[in-house]
Ligand binder design. Structure first.
Ligand SMILES: Cc1ncc(COP(=O)(O)O)c(C=O)c1O
Length: 293
């Protein structure tokens, strides 16, 4: 018997355009602007023990992504929050991935899009760890594609179009035997992974790329909170690939990957140590609703 796909809601209801609907009845036109011209934005969140971690921050970022793409989410943050929480309750999934998204509809199919209505949906499905055995650490390739500067794309939007180069990079990394790819920015500095931010450790201090051209990360902000609580210095700065072999630990962070240790970046080895272990333990505490002692 075929196994269910891990990253797809295959049964139950989802929320779409203001109401709850059976998954198999949630359809859109094949001539949807969001499909042809990538006028679509999304979020990726997780629920732990039935509670969505930093849910409101994700909703606020979705609303901002819509704005940056030139349209407005046709729901208030409070309405969208209610929809998310009610859907999770209806489905009863405790450990879940939550995927809200919004897109331009099918009234106008051309580069111009102003006549299109805006649609939104939320899908939720069960999800365990992103990488099969994440505590073993992962191996990163360095992508050929580079993250664009803010003059070339709305880089702060979690917009579908920006993921084209992530998918190409992730699939190329997988074909070369790696788990994921580290992406450089347009000037060759370390930027982020295909769906996560990156931190390095050297001499007991954290280093992470400065945030100008990367997504405003919700997990990245959580790692900063943990670092503050643990009196760890964080350097947000420009990091060049030349420095990769000067760090001892490395981990990637994101709502889906959580905090995942890195063993290798294209031939350079790292040994997950005390700081990675502390971060993982503290993150697990926070997502479970606890506070740091
Ligand atoms: C390109 C990219 N960078 C970083 C992240 C991590 O962001 P967050 O911690 O808000 O999930 C994501 C995931 O959304 C992403 O897609």
């Amino acid at each position: 018997m075929a196994q269910p796909l891990p990253f797809r809601q295959t049964s139950g209801q989802l929320w779409m355009d203001g109401g709850f609907i059976d998954c198999d009845k949630a359809t859109i036109s094949i001539l949807t602007h969001g499909l042809h011209y990538a006028s679509s934005v999304f979020e990726g969140e997780r629920a732990y023990g039935g509670k969505i971690f930093k849910s409101r921050q994700h909703t606020d970022r979705l609303i901002n992504s819509c704005r940056l793409m030139g349209f407005a989410l046709p729901y208030s943050a409070a309405e969208f929050e209610r929809a998310k929480h009610e859907l999770r309750e209806r489905l009863g999934i405790e450990q879940a991935y939550v995927r809200p998204f919004a897109w331009r509809g099918s009234e106008q199919l051309g580069v111009s899009a102003s006549a299109n209505t805006i649609h939104a949906a939320i899908s939720i499905w069960p999800m365990g760890t992103y990488f099969a055995d994440k505590m073993k650490g992962i191996r990163l390739d360095i992508a050929d594609w580079r993250r664009p500067p803010s003059a070339c794309a709305p880089v702060k939007a979690k917009a579908a179009g920006l993921y084209m180069i992530c998918t190409l990079s992730k699939d190329a990394a997988a074909a070369a035997g790696y788990n994921d790819a580290l992406m450089l920015d347009y000037e060759g500095r370390i930027a982020e992974c295909t769906g996560a931010h990156i931190f390095f450790v050297r001499d007991g201090e954290l280093h992470t790329p400065s945030p100008e051209w990367i997504l405003d990360g919700i997990t990245r902000a959580t790692v900063m909170e943990i670092a503050k609580a643990r009196n760890l210095t964080v350097h947000e700065r420009q990091i060049l690939p030349d420095e990769l072999n000067s760090f001892t630990e490395c981990f990637i962070v994101g709502s889906a990957v959580e905090i995942t240790p890195v063993n290798e970046i294209k031939g350079i080895a790292y040994t997950p140590g005390d700081i990675s272990a502390q971060m993982i333990a503290d993150y697990d505490t926070l997502v479970a609703g606890g506070t740091l002692s």
